[in-house]
Each structure stands twice: as structure tokens, then as C-alpha cells.
Design a binder for this molecule. Structure first.
Ligand code: ATP
Length: 513
């Protein structure tokens, strides 16, 4: 199965089992907008809890807020979004498809990277044991030629973006003979600027109303509340403010399912530090955030850092954590050292002091900020793509199993009476009553036990509890484990503890500390 086929299957599976639906599907959908179904919402809530507890509960110096989506329009002038939150877009005249010029170039550079990797793999096979990859990469003429070309493409792109020189950006596409993946032609329009913010009007009367924006990031809600939280919470620097909430971007290119949405959810934490200490904290948060991802157990090799070569106007250091999706390594989280840019701008635009008064030294200053910013929906996609597997069983059948980390699984345990008679449903219902206050569970008595196991595998339920005739005699049940399909007999009295141990958040949280 190719990665593309795998991805298609994953999208179909997500719909079939109630994880993700296209928004307004009965009207043929709305591009890049999705709804979470009965399973998706549970998974998403568990992910949010994993992040919130890791950030807020486990750090004495981080607190949460929930700011509004609407903010005073001056906010977005101060933050630079009105002037500079633009994407450079380009159209292909034959296919009429629209692209982000920088994304076209980056994908082209990634193809050159792939060529380099292929050369390396070929040589590895040829040289066998004696192969020295570092030496090969630094001396092989073909690899060096490709590398130089790739670096020059990226360098030219960054220079053009930094200078907002769209002719130069277009010239990279022309010089590199980048073709439209749809039409295959190189018939490109000019590059134009496109602001990503959605606007709307506030107030009833059309003439008295003014334009406001749907927030394109949650961060500004934290910055404008910085002093409210600091003073009322008596927070001492260094401290952080965390928030989970919706953000909106009028993305030009809407592709790859929930990877790039127009309405999505972010989990952001702004960490306020003393000027001069920001690099230390930037490093610390990079490490901490990578650990958080890796604790999920999807394979350390499937993550990497991508250092930003082009820094945003507010940053003095930035990187992304990328995960290897079926369509390649892509950003799931950004870690940015945002300097005092945002608070400084708000001080300027609002005329209010945005300073921290250090009670020990008596100093007042605008703190520096290190931000961690992660997309909930991209995390959902990460979990779904890592979890999906098709397995051939010993009896010749196949099963699709979602190996979702138990702490994130939408349903923790399924309670299944073997047959619909002989008092077994009653015992099963009694078990449901003891577990339901603490664990998301399903009761299912329909169809053969094999079919019921398959249904639970398909939504990623880590544990199935089967009530059979022996249960009526000795008070034990069969517990079946999703990943291994192994079974063991357990007294009903021990079930509550077992489900907690196997599916609780605690183990995951301890791993990422
Ligand atoms: P990209 O380069 O992919 O457009 P970005 O660098 O603009 O992303 P940030 O502004 O750093 O993204 O936003 C932080 C996080 O928010 C991203 O790492 C991502 O997980 C999430 N995110 C951003 N845009 C979207 C979107 N359109 N749909 C879903 N998640 C998004």
C-alpha cells in the first residue's frame, strides 16, 4: 500500500467510524472546514487534556485563560497582522489552480532533497558495511551539485520573501521550471499578496458598524491579558499563560484533509521571561515539547526539528516540530522566541504600560516571550495516521485497528455479554454501572463477539470486557487487549483499577516529564 492509498483509507475510515465529517456535507461541503463526530470529539478532548495537564497542572508557574475570538481591531494592527499576515499567491493559467508561491518552491526543494536521499541509498547498497554516509554526502559530486542547487533555491526564496519582492519570488519558479502538479504546465500568473484574516462587522447598523477580525491566532488574547493575569495571579517572572481556542485563516491552499483548515483550534502557551534569558528558555521549551510528542510512542524517528531560515518579523529564533505524515514531514508545532515585540507593540498602540515590575530588584521592564504553538487538528491527524493499521489475522480474516494511545482513545472499555440471555446482559449492565462514572465506555450486545471486537478495534478501544457463563459462576470476566488481542481472566472487583491503570492519563504525563 502506498502512503497515498493509506491516506485515502484513513480519510474514509475517519468518516465511517464517526471521527471526522466534511462540514455541511449535504450541501457538498465547505472547503477546508470539517466537523468532528462522536469519536473525533472524544479524541480531540483527550488530546486537549493531555496538553492542558502537561502545561497547566504540572507547572506551578503556568496558568490558563480563555479569551474571546473577537478582539479590538487595533490588536491586529499592533500585532502586524493587518499589514503583514499575507501569503504570496500564484495561479496556473491552464488549470486555474491557485498556489502559495513559497509552498510551490518549498515542495520543489523537498523533491531535490528526495533525489539526494535516493543517491545516498543507492550508494549505501553499493558499498554495504563500509559505507560512510557523512563522507559520501560531503564529497559525492552529484550530491554536492544537488545540495548547492537546493540551498540556492531556498536562499533566493527567503531573500525575496524578506524583501517582499514578488517578481523575484516568481523568477525562482520560472528559473527552476516548476510546473503545476495538475496541468503540468509552467503558465503562471504574477505573484500577489493575500491577507489571511477573515473580517466581519460588529454592531447592528450597517453605517455605524466597524470591521473586526476573527482571530488568526490565539496568542494575542494572551498578550492583551498579560498584566491582568500577572497582577491578579501574583505571578512572578518566569511564568506562562496557556490557552486553547479557535483560530481562523483564509488559507489559499486547502488540502490534506484536516492538516490545513480555515477554522481550526490552537493550543498556545506564552512564557514570559527576563530579557537576555530567552535563548535558555527557548532551548528548554524545544526539548520539553519534543518530549511531549515522543511520549505518545509513535516512533522517535518520525519527528524532527525544522529550524526556520526565514524568521517572522517578531522572532529572534524559531523552529517547528515536524511529524512524518503519510504525505511527508510537516509542521505540527512551532516554538518561537518572540522577543518583546508583541507586548512592546501593544504598549505603543494602546498607550498603556505593558511592563513587569520586579519586586526584588525594583526594575520595570517589558518581558521577552517564548511561545509554544500547536494545532489541535494537526495533532488529531498525527494520532490517526500513526494509529491506523491493517492486520492479517491467523484465521485468514483482516482487521483494521486504530492503535491510539489508550489515554487518548475515545472509548476506554467496551462491555460485551457473550450472549443476549442467561442473565449475562444483567451482569454486564452491573459492570457498566461501576465503570461509567470514571471511564468512557460502550455496552454492545449485538452481533457475534468477533464482529463486536472488530468494531471496537476500528475505533481504537484498548480494552474489551466479555461477560460469559463462567462469570455467573465465579465472578470473573475476560479482558481482551486491543493491540495484542491477548486475553486474560480477571475478577470483576479488579476491573475498575485495571481500566484506570491501562487507560489513564497519568502514565503518559509521567513519560513526558
Ligand atoms: P503553516 O506554515 O503550515 O501555514 P504556520 O507556520 O503559519 O503554519 P503557526 O502560525 O506557527 O503556523 O501556527 C501554529 C500551529 O497552528 C501550527 O504548527 C499548526 O499546528 C497550527 N495551524 C496553523 N495553521 C493551521 C491551519 N490552517 N489548519 C490547521 N492547523 C493550523
Amino acid at each position: 500500500m502506498t502512503q497515498e492509498e493509506l491516506f485515502k483509507k484513513l480519510v474514509a475510515h475517519s468518516k465511517e467510524y464517526g471521527f471526522i465529517f466534511q462540514s455541511s456535507e449535504i450541501y457538498d461541503g465547505l472547503a477546508a472546514v470539517y466537523d468532528y463526530g462522536q469519536m473525533g470529539v472524544e479524541l480531540k478532548n483527550n488530546l486537549k487534556r493531555y496538553w492542558w495537564e502537561s502545561m497547566v497542572r504540572l507547572h506551578q508557574n503556568i496558568v490558563g485563560i480563555d479569551a474571546s475570538i473577537f478582539m479590538h481591531p487595533r490588536t491586529w494592527e499592533a500585532s502586524g497582522h493587518v499589514g503583514a499576515f499575507n501569503d504570496p499567491l500564484i495561479d496556473n493559467k491552464d488549470s486555474k489552480k491557485r498556489y502559495r508561491a513559497d509552498v510551490l518552491i518549498e515542495e520543489h526543494a523537498a523533491k531535490i532533497d528526495d533525489k539526494i536521499d535516493k543517491e545516498v541509498e543507492k550508494a549505501r547498497k553499493r558499498f554495504g558495511e563500509a559505507f560512510d554516509e557523512t563522507q559520501f554526502r560531503s564529497t559525492n559530486a552529484r550530491v554536492l551539485e544537488l545540495q548547492t542547487r537546493r540551498d540556492s533555491v531556498i536562499e533566493r526564496m527567503n531573500a525575496a520573501l524578506n524583501a517582499s519582492d514578488f517578481d523575484a519570488l516568481r523568477q525562482v519558479i520560472i528559473d527552476e521550471e516548476i510546473a503545476d502538479p495538475v496541468s503540468g504546465t509552467r503558465n503562471w500568473t504574477e505573484v500577489r499578496q493575500f491577507n489571511l484574516m477573515f473580517d466581519t462587522r460588529i454592531g447592528a447598523a450597517a453605517d455605524g458598524a466597524s470591521t473586526i477580525y476573527l482571530r488568526p491566532e490565539t496568542a494575542q488574547g494572551i498578550f492583551v491579558n498579560f498584566l491582568n493575569v500577572q497582577k491578579t495571579g501574583r505571578m512572578k517572572i518566569p511564568f506562562g499563560i496557556a490557552q486553547i481556542g479557535k483560530a481562523f485563516r483564509n488559507e489559499i491552499v486547502a488540502r490534506q484533509f484536516i492538516f490545513r483548515m480555515r477554522e481550526f483550534e490552537q493550543m498556545e502557551m506564552q512564557f514570559f521571561v527576563q530579557p537576555g534569558s530567552e535563548m535558555e528558555w527557548y532551548e528548554a521549551w524545544r526539548t520539553a515539547r519534543m518530549k511531549w510528542h515522543r511520549a505518545l510512542g509513535f516512533g522517535d524517528g518520525n519527528y524532527r526539528f525544522h529550524e526556520h531560515e526565514k524568521l517572522a518579523h517578531y522572532a529572534n529564533a524559531a523552529c517547528d516540530i515536524e511529524y512524518k505524515f503519510p504525505f511527508g514531514f510537516k509542521e505540527v508545532e512551532g516554538i518561537h522566541s518572540r522577543t518583546d515585540f508583541d507586548l512592546g507593540q501593544h504598549e505603543k498602540f494602546s498607550g498603556r504600560k505593558m511592563r513587569y515590575h520586579d519586586p526584588e530588584t525594583g526594575e520595570s521592564y517589558i518581558p521577552y516571550v517564548v511561545e509554544t504553538s500547536i494545532g489541535v487538528d494537526r495533532m488529531v491527524l498525527q494520532v490517526l495516521s500513526a494509529a491506523y493499521r491493517e492486520e492479517a489475522l491467523d484465521n485468514g480474516e483482516e482487521r483494521v485497528v486504530m492503535a491510539i494511545p489508550p489515554a487518548l482513545a475515545p472509548v476506554k472499555v467496551a462491555v460485551l455479554p457473550l450472549v443476549k440471555k442467561d442473565g449475562l446482559p444483567e451482569i454486564a449492565q452491573e459492570i457498566v454501572r461501576t465503570l461509567r462514572y470514571d471511564y468512557a465506555l460502550q455496552y454492545d450486545e449485538k452481533d457475534s463477539i468477533g464482529k463486536r471486537y472488530r468494531r471496537q478495534d476500528a475505533i481504537g478501544t484498548p480494552l474489551c470486557v466479555t461477560v460469559d457463563h463462567q462469570t455467573a459462576e465465579d465472578g470473573t470476566v475476560t479482558v481482551r487487549y486491543r493491540d495484542t488481542m491477548s486475553q486474560s481472566r480477571v475478577p470483576i472487583a479488579e476491573l475498575h483499577t485495571l481500566v484506570g491503570r491501562e487507560t489513564g492519563m497519568r502514565g503518559l504525563l509521567e513519560k513526558q516529564m
